[in-house]
Design a protein around this ligand. Structure first.
Ligand code: G4P
Length: 532
């Protein structure tokens, strides 16, 4: 039996961030292959209509064959208890995807070596950067010709502003891909294209070892490899654990997920370097799970209608400190109410599993009769609340009205409910004679979800009039500057908490406003923290 500290030390909770098609599903499947899967929430999202697409919780999901929600996988590997948070990518990219990252302690950034840093990776990276969590990079698809490795490193720096340290280095690429050289352990892992699973590992005495000429047998390739390693050693960043922990330096691993090449090496290094459950800020100071053994946690995601037959909701809670035991009484701090958590659930593929206990770092699902909101704190003892969950800039906007005015009440209730679940963000026009409600979503599918759910659950047919905006910026500044800005600027709205938000159609418009009002701060999320 492990004690509390040991349980925590063995936990790793991370998310994989990537652009669709970079190979996230493939990599996740390989990670499962190496581990004993103990619990799966929703399972790995698969291709359309594939047997992996298990989360057919909503009609929309069934019709489209995609999963609307992110899932959590719990696996055991080499003494580690690993929680992998999925960040949905294709059409189902939503604010949930961002929020999921608030529950992670580190991230794996998966990049297709032929494509480099793509749009969605950039968006998700920004959230990780905002949180300052360590980011580990897996450069995928080395079995195909991709960009030059140095070019990829430059892209990380230019596009994302993060420096990198290759833990290993590829020898050739595509047709010439021969393997990787482990810079720390001084080993060569050989790639066998005919049988990628057959990985031969050879110890060498550094890159100049003549053994390398023997095993690679392509003098040009070996020469190039030696030059590259020399360049890295001389001009590259050094390995710095502190910078890695702060998310300022990303260790890079090269491989091919589909061939299962480099995955285990990545996993071994990653689990060793990634942090155990990290502290979270609260209104009563930092809560560090290693010092605070009483249970606490926060809700980061609410999933409605996972089971259409029961129409229940599940609130996903990240255990922040202590141990959760089934049946325990906790304080729901926002409501100031004591409640018993008798029906917590973990999700096993298609059936649900009741769990008995969970430790800091774990994710549990709670049956939610409508008591939870995104960001709610539950504590065993005391009444602190974790920092507010930020809202992130939506990318699609629409004015929303109910078709039948008689349904107004239930429409309002539905919209409020969906806002609390975090499916949509609701804004109101600011200083307009006729107040208008504006809905903002990160992924356009959420509009369909909104229409579907209001119709089915709240019997309200709605009209959505798409608006041309693509960005929301939370505005701050001193009183005078704000007054001027509010007088002059069009397209102002207020968010749910009454904060002023400015909507922009494009980056040019946004930059013009930023140049024109240097005393105003424009924030990409409601945290009002800059994302660099
Ligand atoms: P995603 O979850 O990030 O969207 O990506 P997914 O794993 O579904 O992979 C996207 C495509 O990339 C798949 O091909 C997959 O086989 C391929 N892929 C993943 N890793 C590698 C790799 O290391 N090398 C190469 N060459 N390809 C890789 P697909 O043709 O879209 O689907 P499938 O028919 O292979 O399933």
């Amino acid at each position: 039996m492990k004690n509390y500290r040991e349980e925590l030390q063995s936990r790793r909770t991370f998310a994989i961030i990537s652009h669709p098609d970079a190979g996230k599903t493939t990599l996740t499947e390989k990670l499962l292959y190496y581990s004993g899967t103990i619990r799966e929430a929703g399972s790995v999202k698969g291709k359309k209509n594939s047997k992996h697409a298990l989360s057919d919780w909503m009609e929309i999901e069934k019709q489209r064959g995609i999963s609307v929600t992110s899932s959590v996988l719990e696996v055991l590997y080499s003494g580690y208890h690993v929680n992998i948070l999925d960040t949905p990518g294709h059409e189902d990219f939503s604010e949930d995807t961002y929020r999921t990252l608030t529950a992670a302690d580190s991230a794996t950034m998966l990049i297709d070596a032929a494509k480099g840093v793509e749009a969605q990776t950039k968006k998700l990276f920004k959230v990780c950067r905002m949180r300052g969590i360590p980011i580990f990079t897996f450069m995928n698809k080395l079995d195909r010709q991709g960009k030059d490795p140095f070019e990829l490193m430059e892209e990380l720096e230019d596009v994302l502003g993060i420096r990198s340290y290759p833990m290993n280095w590829p020898i050739g690429m595509g047709q010439d891909f021969s393997g990787v050289y482990d810079r720390h352990r001084k080993k060569i892992e050989l790639f066998n294209p005919d049988d990628p699973k057959d990985i031969e590992v050879r110890d060498v005495n550094g890159p100049d070892d003549p053994l390398i000429d023997e095993i690679i047998q392509d003098p040009g390739l070996v020469e190039q490899f030696r030059e590259e390693i020399e360049l890295l050693d001389v001009a590259g960043d050094s390995f710095d654990e502190e910078l890695i922990a702060e998310g300022k330096l990303t260790p890079i691993f090269w491989g091919s997920a589909i061939s299962n090449f480099g995955v285990q090496t990545f996993l071994d290094h990653f689990l060793e370097m990634a942090p155990a459950p990290t502290p979270r800020e609260s209104n009563q100071g930092e809560i560090n799970p290693f010092d605070h053994e009483k249970f606490s946690g926060f809700i980061f995601k609410i999933q409605a209608n996972m089971n259409p037959a029961h129409r229940d909701r599940i609130a996903f809670l990240r255990v922040t400190s202590g141990v959760f035991n089934r049946g325990m009484s906790v304080n729901h701090v926002r409501l100031g109410k004591q409640m018993k958590l008798a029906q917590p659930t973990q999700f096993l593929a298609q059936s649900r599993n009741i769990i008995e206990n969970a430790y800091a770092g774990d994710i549990i699902g709670l049956y939610d009769p409508g008591t939870f909101r995104i960001g709610d704190t539950l504590v065993e003892d005391g009444s602190f609340e974790f920092d507010e969950m930020p809202h992130f800039s939506p990318e699609h906007f629409a004015a929303i009205t109910v078709k039948d005015a008689m349904k107004h009440k239930s429409f309002e209730k539905g919209v409020q409910q969906l806002t609390e679940e975090g499916a949509i963000q609701l804004f109101k026009t600011y200083n307009k004679t006729i107040e208008q409600q504006i809905v903002g979503v990160v992924g356009v599918l959420q509009f369909e979800v909104l229409e579907y759910r209001l119709k089915n659950e709240y019997k309200s047919d709605i009209q959505l009039e798409r608006l041309p905006f693509s960005f929301a910026r939370w505005i701050e500044g001193d009183e005078q500057a704000l007054e001027k800005f509010k007088r002059m600027q069009r397209n102002l709205v207020t968010d749910r908490d009454g904060r002023i938000v400015c909507l922009f159609e494009n980056e040019f418009q946004m930059r013009t406003a930023q140049d024109k009002y240097p005393d105003i701060q424009f924030y990409e999320n409601s945290y009002t923290k800059p994302i660099s």
